[in-house]
Write a protein that binds this ligand. Sequence first.
Ligand code: FES
Ligand code: FES
Length: 179
Amino acid sequence: MPTPLTRNLIVNGRRRKVSVPDDAEPLLYVLREQCDQRGPRFGCGVSQCGACTVIVNGTVTRSCVTDLNTVPDGASIQTLDGIGTEQRPHPLQQAFVDQQAGQCAFCINAMVMGALGWIESRIAEGNRAVPSRQEITDYLSGAAPGSTLNYLCRCGTHTRIVEAIHSGAAQMVRERVKR
Ligand code: FES
Ligand code: FES
């Protein structure tokens, strides 16, 4: 028997009250259908590609396999829709544009949000080194310490994606050092 559920979420700093008839509804559907988020996308639906990546309470999360009932009430959720604007893009977004890293761009949510969560957590741990291209490649392929998640680009623009993350990370670190 499905169990209805209501949750209060903070999505990109804005309070949202969401309700589902079945508490096993994936967070991805809730974000897209009830919170107007278009950054997270449905790709594989089984935690293999990263298209649905969001950050929940600071943790990189695959929203396609995250049931709403596992998301704590009051959780803070960051999505691609909220990290920058056209006028003031996030450094990672700007780097992806500068490097022309997207072809079809379906994977860009995965790459930007996965990299954002990873770099933010490195900085929070006191690591202000810009990740090397090899470290970025390892992270995206699920081979980095602490993460087994991998990120897929079916267009094969990996070289530019790695360059974009390297350059965006360098800017993030520079901005953090200034504070
Ligand atoms: S759609 Fe979630 S990992 Fe592919
Ligand atoms: S640019 Fe098309 S899937 Fe990555």
